[in-house]
Design a binder for this molecule. Structure first.
Ligand code: NAP
Length: 435
C-alpha cells in the first residue's frame, strides 16, 4: 500500500488524485488536505461566478473525491497545523498542489494607496473567499483602471460592467452582487503594456465583452497593425483579434451603452497618485522592441480613476522548508520533483498559466514520477497518523461528507435564480456541517 498526501484541492490536486487512482487502484490511499473547509480551489473561488459551465468540472472531481481510498481533510493548514516534515514522515509522497493564490506585486509608486487592489483579492471578494470577504473597496468609483491584458483582467472588467439581470444564474456572493449592481461605474480602462497582437485574452471571453447589456468595449484603430498581419497569428489569437476589430466596427451601433470599457494599448502604468486614496494613474506610452518587449517612450498621460485593479499574474506562497524560486514565484522543482518524496504540480510547479485542463496531464505526469520513485511504498502510516496528529492539536478537519452538508446549506440559502449562496466565513461553514 502506498500513502499519498496532496496539499491543495483545486484542479491540480484532484487531477493528481484521479491519476493516482488510475495508476494504483486499491493499492493507494490519497489524502487531500486543504486550508479551506471547502474543496475545488479556484473552481469555487477563481472561476468567474457567471461562468457556471466551467465550474461543472467539479462534478468530475467529486467522483474522485467519493472514491473509497480518497479522503478530504479541509480546514487543515499545512505549515501551521502540520508541517511538511511531519507529512513526509507519514506519507510515501507529499504533492504540493497549492496553486498561486497571491498577487504578483505591482511595483509602481503609490501602489500602497487605498483603492489599489490585486486581482486575487478582488476576484476572491466577488467569489466569497473567506480571506477577502472584508476587502475595502471604493465601491462608489466612477472610473476604474484594470492593469493587465489577460483573461483575469477580462473577467474583472465584465463583472464590474454587468447588470443584476446579467448575474442571473451566477453564484456571485450577495455582498458583491449588491455592491456591483448599485455601483456608479461609468468608465473601465484595461491597460496593456503591449499591443493588440500581444494580448493574453482568449476568444470566447473577449467575445462576451461585446454582448454586455449596458457596456461598450472601445478600441483605438491607431493601435492596430495592418489587418494583413493578423494572418501570421496562431488561430486562437486570430479569433481574439477579430473580436477586437469587431468592437471597432460596431462602435456606432453600441454607442448608446452608458458604461464604456476602453482598451488602452501600449500603456504602462508608472505611478499611482492621490491624496490618501487613488485619484489618478500615471501611464507611459510604450513601443515594442524587436523581441516584442515593451519599452517606455517617455510620453505620459494621466487617467483619472478611484480604483486600480492589477491583474498581472500570481505567486505561490512559500512554505517553510520547501525550496522556492523567488524570481518566478513558485517552488524550485525539476519536472515536479522538489526533494525526495516531495513534489509539486499545477501552478505551484509551473507558474500561473494555462487552463483548468492543463492540470490534467500535469497530474498524470507527476504520478508517473512518484511511481518511479516510491515503488511499492515504504510502510508509512498515512491517514491514521495524520488523524492522530490533528486530534492531538485540536484541529477540526472537515471531511468530504461534512462539505456536502455545507454545500446543501448553501444551496438552500440561494437567492432566486442562483445556484447557491456561498458562506464566506469559515466559522459559519463549520457550524453548517453540524446542522
Ligand atoms: P496572464 O494571462 O499571464 O496575463 C497577465 C497580463 O498582465 C499580461 O497581459 C501581462 O502583460 C500583464 N502584466 C504582467 N506584468 C505586468 C506589469 N508589471 N505591468 C503591466 N502589465 C503586466 O495572467 P492572468 O490573466 O492572471 O491569467 C492567469 C491564467 O489563468 C491564464 O492562463 C489565463 O488564461 C487563465 N484564466 C482563464 C480564464 C478562462 O479561461 N475563462 C479566466 C481567467 C484566467 P505581458 O504580456 O506584457 O507580460
Amino acid at each position: 500500500m502506498r500513502h499519498i498526501a496532496i496539499i491543495g484541492s483545486g484542479p491540480a490536486g484532484y487531477y493528481t488524485a484521479e491519476a493516482a487512482l488510475k495508476k494504483y487502484g486499491d493499492d493507494v490511499t490519497i489524502d487531500i488536505i486543504d486550508r479551506m473547509p471547502f474543496p475545488f480551489g479556484l473552481i469555487r473561488t477563481g472561476v468567474a461566478p457567471d461562468h457556471q459551465s466551467i465550474k461543472a468540472v467539479a462534478r468530475r472531481f467529486e467522483q474522485t473525491a467519493l472514491g473509497n481510498n480518497v479522503h478530504f481533510a479541509g480546514n487543515v493548514s499545512v505549515g501551521n497545523d502540520v508541517s511538511i516534515a511531519e507529512l513526509q514522515e507519514l506519507y510515501d509522497a507529499v504533492i504540493l498542489a497549492t496553486g498561486a493564490p497571491n498577487d504578483r506585486p505591482l511595483e509602481v509608486e503609490g501602489s500602497d494607496l487605498p483603492g489599489v487592489v490585486g486581482s486575487a483579492a478582488f476576484v476572491g471578494w466577488y467569489n466569497g473567499h473567506p480571506d477577502h470577504r472584508d476587502l475595502e473597496l471604493p465601491v462608489d468609483a466612477k472610473s476604474v483602471a484594470i492593469i493587465g491584458n489577460g483573461n483575469v483582467a477580462l473577467d474583472v472588467a465584465r463583472i464590474l460592467a454587468k447588470t443584476a439581470n446579467e448575474f442571473s444564474g451566477s453564484d456571485i456572493v450577495g455582498h458583491a452582487f449588491d455592491n456591483l449592481t448599485n455601483s456608479n461605474v461609468e468608465k473601465i480602462t484595461l491597460l496593456g503594456r503591449r499591443g493588440p497582437h500581444q494580448i493574453a485574452m482568449t476568444p470566447k471571453e473577449l467575445g462576451e465583452l461585446g454582448q454586455l447589456e449596458r457596456a461598450q468595449p472601445l478600441v483605438d484603430a491607431g493601435d492596430f497593425p495592418d489587418e494583413s498581419e493578423d494572418a501570421l497569428l496562431e488561430p486562437g489569437m486570430r479569433k481574439s483579434i477579430t473580436h477586437l476589430r469587431d468592437f471597432l466596427a460596431r462602435a456606432e451601433e453600441l454607442s448608446d451603452k452608458p458604461v464604456k470599457i476602453y482598451f488602452d494599448f501600449f500603456a504602462m502604468p508608472v505611478a499611482i497618485e492621490g491624496n490618501g486614496k487613488v485619484e489618478k494613474l500615471i501611464v507611459e506610452k510604450t513601443n515594442l522592441d524587436k523581441d516584442m518587449r515593451s519599452l517606455g517612450t517617455g510620453e505620459r498621460y494621466e487617467l483619472d480613476c478611484s480604483m486600480v485593479i492589477s491583474c498581472i499574474g500570481y505567486r505561490t506562497p512559500p512554505i517553510e522548508g520547501v525550496p522556492y524560486e523567488h524570481g518566478r514565484g513558485r517552488f524550485a522543482n525539476d519536472e515536479g520533483r522538489i526533494l525526495p518524496g516531495l513534489y509539486c504540480v499545477g501552478w505551484a510547479r509551473r507558474g500561473p498559466t494555462g487552463t483548468i485542463g492543463t492540470n490534467k496531464p500535469d497530474g498524470f505526469a507527476i504520478i508517473e514520477a512518484v511511481a518511479d520513485d516510491i515503488g511499492s511504498g515504504a510502510n508509512k502510516e498515512g491517514r491514521k497518523g495524520l488523524d492522530r496528529l490533528l486530534k492531538k492539536r485540536g484541529v477540526e478537519a472537515v471531511s468530504f461528507r461534512d462539505w456536502k452538508k455545507i454545500e446543501e446549506a448553501e444551496i438552500a440559502n440561494a437567492r432566486d435564480g442562483a445556484p447557491r449562496e456561498k458562506f464566506t466565513d469559515v466559522a459559519e461553514m463549520i457550524a453548517a456541517r453540524q446542522s
